[in-house]
Ligand binder design. Structure first.
Ligand code: LLP
Length: 421
């Protein structure tokens, strides 16, 4: 469920007509709904009711500080994967003790910054990383709270580029080696081992892989406790999928995911952390774009938009489907026809949809890419010197620009010319 609906024939973001936002900010533009963000966050919070828990938003999905602040004010923590994300979360007012630091390649500088600024825990992914963090913590006279991310060798049944829980993936330590690795961690005086971490992939639409992974983590908890480790916290990652089409998909709900968590780890008396990203932000954002041309080709027609693969890379990168709908509601019974929907970038990969059945559209019409709130704006680039798309946050009947479109001068002036030129 989201808050992008037609009212009186016009697409609205909550109470604001999308066309009004475009009139004020220009096209293309990312538009987010506060009500949808909060609704989705609360679904997770409620799904874990009764368990000692924290919902840490995986801010890689959508990292604008206004979004982070909206969620943080509702009680969310953050899952960060870089020094930049850590700094952003802090700048948005998230306290260090609600920030978990994930990722396979944390640098010394990132570790230092997080230790000094405050951190809930580091999710460690290898022994060299463990040694490094131990060194950094000791050099600061601190002890770093840590979990170790285990790789449960479970098939998440999702797109290969976003599956992370099989033994061939670069993530975590093999669960079979966990006892050895935890024994090693316990010998390092700069580390305080607090728990176990697992994350098996993204856009999962089946609960079974989660169940299998959590069951293995629960077994490991008992084993590690018997070895003398005080396992008091489980970070169960994110990954719950969202419906990308409005028609037939019905992935499991946070409540059902919560049930699996309860069933598999509820008896352990641990604090539970989860790191959802996509399900909180995905359907809380749209990308609005204008039709620049309608071009007739041989045997097929093209809708050329002012948004491109650099603005929303998911279709080019993962063959992802995004529903694309006109901002003016099509009249019922209007004849629809297949058309290729493309951007202006000079590559054939700059194709959003092939032979998508659409109502008739003409130059100047606006369309909205649905489900673009997660892994949309954050994955954008300035390829072809196209300015990053601005972001707008709607709240009821008000909206605000939360990131302005940079001018060409701002982009160009970031280059510096060596003196010999
Ligand atoms: N925790 C960790 C350790 C992760 O690596 C990820 C996502 C998450 C949590 C959040 O997963 P989510 O709840 O959003 O599924 N760019 C890709 C998705 C990459 C996901 C990377 N890791 C896409 O556009 O589909």
């Amino acid at each position: 469920m989201d808050h992008f609906l037609y009212k009186d024939g016009a697409l609205h973001a909550e109470g604001v007509p999308v066309a009004e936002i475009v009139a004020a900010v220009g096209s293309p533009v990312y538009v987010y709904s506060t009500a949808t963000l909060l609704r989705h966050f609360r679904l997770f919070d409620e799904a874990l009711k009764g368990l000692d828990h924290v919902v840490c938003f995986a801010m890689k999905a959508a990292s604008n500080q206004a979004i982070l602040k909206t969620l943080a004010q509702a009680g969310a923590g953050m899952d960060v994967v870089s020094g930049g994300e850590y700094a952003r979360a802090k700048a948005a007012g998230v306290p260090g003790d609600k920030i978990v630091f994930s990722g396979v390649g944390k640098t010394r500088e990132e570790m230092r910054a997080a230790l000094l600024g405050g951190i809930r825990q580091f999710n460690l992914e290898s022994e060299p990383e463990m040694e490094r963090l131990n060194e950094v913590a000791l050099s600061l006279g601190l002890r770093a709270p840590v979990t170790v991310r285990v790789n449960p060798d479970v098939d998440a049944k999702t797109h290969a580029k976003i599956a992370t829980g099989k033994s061939e993936n670069k993530f975590g330590i093999p669960i079979a080696r966990a006892r050895e690795v935890y024994a090693h961690a316990a010998r390092l005086p700069g580390l305080d081992v607090v728990g176990i971490d697992v994350h098996i992939g993204s856009q999962l639409t089946d609960l079974e892989p989660f169940r299998m992974a959590y069951r293995k983590v629960a077994e490991l908890t008992e084993v590690l406790r018997a070895d003398g480790h005080d396992i008091r916290r489980l970070d169960l990652g994110g990954g719950l999928g969202i419906p990308y089409t409005r028609s037939n998909e019905a992935p499991p709900l946070p409540l059902q995911w919560g049930e699996v968590i309860r069933e598999e780890v509820g008896h352990l008396g641990v604090e539970v952390e989860i790191e959802p990203g996509r399900l909180i932000a995905g359907n809380a954002g749209i990308l609005v774009s204008e039709v620049v041309y309608v071009k007739s080709g041989e045997g097929r027609n093209f809708l050329i938009l002012d948004a491109a693969m650099n603005d929303l890379v998911r279709p080019a990168m993962y063959d992802a489907h995004h529903d694309i709908i006109p901002v003016v509601e099509p009249e019922t019974g209007v004849e629809q026809a297949p058309i290729d929907i493309v951007g202006p970038v000079c590559e054939s990969g700059d194709t959003f949809a092939k032979q998508r059945v659409m109502p008739p559209l003409v130059e100047g019409d606006l369309v909205a890419f649905r489900s673009a709130g997660a892994y949309g704006a954050v994955m954008a680039s300035e390829y072809n010197t196209r300015p990053l798309v601005p972001e707008v946050l709607v709240n009821g009947d008000q909206f605000a620009v939360i990131r302005a479109r940079p001018s060409f001068d701002e982009i160009i002036n970031r280059d510096s010319i060596p003196e010999w030129l």
